[in-house]
Design a protein around this ligand. Structure first.
Ligand code: CMC
Length: 378
């Protein structure tokens, strides 16, 4: 009993559990494509709205299709006042906890919650893409005892997100950087949160349940939480000269350097370079280049680890960008979630289309045939 030989794949490392037509990742060469298009082209030439359309529909939209898609996004941003009341009730919680609760609550107000058809799920995914920034920014206002800024239908997804921070229309270069950040985070294959969303969808649960699951899993520091921790680290390092000692100390204590390493990429994360350029330019523009200099010094200190396949990842630069934009540190993970809604949605749709219950096995290594002793005698 229990002594059969089994192969254990801890962490499901290297296991392909299904096929996908959405995102291609080559970890050895550092390649990322959405629907066959290079992340570099999308980051430089596309917009978040266009990339979201591409992920959800499988092809780049023509002008009329993009306009229609954008119109739906812009008109779906408001959230019900009862959800705002829930946010108010739990306003002191971490923004990721508030986001998770609010997305779950939205299911009670969405007219298509129970409709799991392809079309209805797609519509819900588009609505959630529009609503999630409103949740995050409304909570940010409410916790400061301010009135949430009403979403502005005149603005793009990225510009409106920044607008809701303080009610002022952001400059074009800042909007472009935020837009790029959302594009870079829009999907990433079978990462932990997308896999969890698929596990949820595999039971035929609805989209709100799957996305609530995705948000829960994203919150951990090994996944979306890394950007928040990178900012904490950079603040602790304080100056480029101290970076080497700081990193050496962390590694000596067997701690991880946040913003480095990846389960799939053993070359540099192809998303990282785009944000590196962004931090450098934004730091100069804001007259605050010191953060970028610390990041570069930490990268230099980590160079010997490249031989072990530990390179910089997307979260290393994202946090400092948000900081320079005046975004509070605890909103860094919710920003990742804002970008990721189209990715979670399409993965749920792929799962539904070709569904199978995701139910692996655990190999039991405990004892057997133990004698039950009544509580009085224990
Ligand atoms: N700093 C120092 N050592 C590291 C790091 C790091 N950031 N990442 C991996 N290692 C070492 C690790 O200690 C281990 O060494 P050893 O073999 O001597 O025990 C070896 O590399 C392999 O580590 P692992 O945990 O088995 O590798 P993994 O592929 O499961 O780890 C990871 C992936 C992301 C959990 C890990 O690299 C990490 O904790 N990084 C820091 C957190 C982070 O930046 N996360 C954001 C990931 S990118 C955004 C996203 O997709 O969510």
């Amino acid at each position: 009993m229990g002594d059969e030989k089994v192969n254990i794949h801890r962490g499901l490392v290297g296991i392909h559990f299904d096929r996908t037509q959405t995102t291609y990742i080559n970890g050895k060469q550092g390649i990322l494509e959405y629907r066959g298009y290079s992340i570099h082209d999308l980051a430089e030439k596309s917009t978040f709205e266009e990339t979201a359309y591409l992920l959800l529909h499988g092809n780049l939209p023509n002008k009329a299709q993009l306009d229609e898609f954008d119109k739906i996004l812009r008109s779906s941003r408001k959230i019900p006042s009862k959800v705002l009341k829930i946010i108010e009730t739990i306003k002191s919680a971490h923004p990721m906890d508030v986001l998770r609760t609010a997305v779950s609550a939205l299911s009670a107000f969405d007219k298509e919650t129970d409709d799991k058809s392809y079309e209805a799920t797609l519509r819900k995914g588009i609505r959630l893409t529009a609503q999630v920034p409103t949740i995050v920014m409304s909570h940010n206002a409410i916790r400061q005892n301010k009135k949430p800024v009403t979403p502005n239908p005149e603005l793009s997804h990225a510009a409106n997100f920044l607008y809701m921070l303080d009610g002022s229309i952001p400059p074009e270069n800042t909007t472009k950087l935020m837009d790029k950040d959302f594009i870079l985070h829009a999907d990433h294959g079978s990462n932990a949160s997308a896999f969890a969303a698929r596990v949820c969808a595999g039971t035929q649960a609805d989209l709100h349940s799957a996305i609530t699951t995705g948000i829960s899993v994203l919150s951990g520091p090994s996944h979306g939480g890394a950007a928040e921790n990178v900012m904490k680290m950079v603040k602790e390092v304080r100056s480029p000269e101290k970076a080497k000692d700081y990193v050496t100390n962390l590694l000596r204590n067997k701690e991880r350097v946040m913003g480095f390493g990846h389960r799939v990429y053993k070359a540099e994360d192809p998303r990282a370079g785009h944000l590196k350029e962004g931090v450098e330019a934004l730091g100069k523009e804001k007259g605050d280049p010191g953060w970028y200099e610390i990041l570069v010094a930490v990268m230099d200190a980590m160079k010997p680890y490249q031989r072990r396949g530990i390179h910089v990842n997307v979260d290393f630069f994202a946090g400092v960008i948000y900081h320079l934009l005046g975004i509070p540190t605890d909103l860094f993970v919710p920003i990742f979630a804002i970008g990721r809604i189209p990715g979670w949605t399409i993965q749920v749709l792929e799962q539904y289309e070709h569904n199978i219950l995701l139910r692996p096995l655990l190999h039991y290594t405990g004892e057997h045939e133990k004698q039950y002793i009544s509580i009085e005698k224990r």
